[in-house]
Design a protein around this ligand. Structure first.
Ligand code: AVJ
Length: 309
């Protein structure tokens, strides 16, 4: 990430002074955080990544049948290249692949992996925010666009913010373009709970790492081990919530200010909203799309929804 701006500093402090205090989920992903996330996806408990990958392999042909030959594939928040490659495998003569990412390293890794696996395909990475107009510039004007938002990352947004985000994305698309939206589905709370409380403690380390990142980025002195990892399924909101619970009362200096944290006011670090199949047509319609196809794995743990602009 780039230099700390005054806006960022003000936003961080405002979040930490709220009740409950909170830190934006994007601060998980520094270099170590991205590595820890990668490790999470390989724990036996964290089913979403491997379920999505096998879903794409098994049902990608049904998705691809609805995508015009010669389309451009735009991927939001590229992460690992596996899923894009699985999708590209099914698409008919994809014209170009554009990964978009705010992390330069992640973008470079995805770009190289796709170039290596598909040397004939034009890869045109964009470094920056995926709602920026320039992220969609210089795409072939006559090609249809398929935007792929993988991993159920949409779940990090509050429900109303997800609609606002999908609407902003819709403004970057023309009629007939498509969005492939990955969503994690509501399921047995025990399975959801386990996915965010892996036995090896990788998710706990990932959660605490946000404090280490805040320390280096904003000149703070959080002791990550003075906090406990807390993750649970909240059925009314249908979401996993992750928090960091101070073990005792703590004074922390952050960006030149002193803040107090207490065990009764955990820091909210992430929400991961879950969806039902009934939510999807609704979500599409409120965001300016029509839901054309929804596929799930055999256990209906995870879904890919194809929305038409
Ligand atoms: C990458 C946002 C989809 O919400 O499941 C994994 C992040 N957090 N374990 C998710 C995450 C804790 C993940 N997303």
């Amino acid at each position: 990430m780039a230099e700390v701006t005054e806006v960022e500093r003000a936003e961080l402090l405002a979040g930490l002074r709220q009740s409950p205090p909170r830190i934006a989920a994007r601060y998980f992903y520094d270099r170590l955080g991205s590595q820890l996330f990668d490790q999470i996806t390989r724990t036996p408990e964290y089913y979403p990544t491997r379920t999505e990958l096998s879903l794409l392999k098994a049902r990608g042909d049904e998705i691809a049948a609805r995508i015009s030959e010669g389309s451009v594939l735009v991927e939001l928040g590229s992460g690992s290249a596996d899923k894009a490659l699985a999708l590209l495998e099914h698409l008919r003569k994809p014209r170009l692949y554009r990964p978009i990412d705010i992390s330069k390293e992640a973008l470079g890794r995805t770009t190289r992996a796709v170039q290596r696996a598909r040397p004939q395909l034009e890869v045109s990475p964009y470094w920056g925010d995926f709602t920026a107009e320039s992220a969609y510039a210089e795409l072939p004007a006559d090609a249809r666009r398929l935007v792929y938002y993988s991993g159920s990352t949409i779940g990090n947004l509050e429900r109303a913010d997800a609609v606002a985000f999908l609407r902003a994305l819709r403004a970057r698309l023309g009629p007939g373009d498509a969005l492939l939206l990955a969503v994690d589905l509501v399921k047995d709370p025990g399975l959801l709970h386990a996915a965010y409380n892996d036995a090896a403690g990788v998710t706990a380390a990932f959660n605490k790492n946000v404090l280490r990142h805040i320390n280096t980025r904003f000149g703070a002195d959080f002791d990550p081990d003075a906090f406990e990892h807390l993750a649970f399924y909240e059925p009314r909101m249908r979401r996993i919530e992750m928090h960091l619970v101070p073990r005792t009362e703590l004074d922390v200096s952050i960006a030149g200010e002193r803040l107090r944290f207490v065990p009764s006011q955990p820091i909210h670090t992430e929400s991961s909203h879950k969806f039902t199949l009934d939510d999807l047509p609704n979500l599409a319609q409120r965001s300016g799309y029509t839901s054309e196809l929804v596929v799930t794995d055999p256990l209906a743990w995870f879904a890919e929804a194809l929305f038409r602009a």
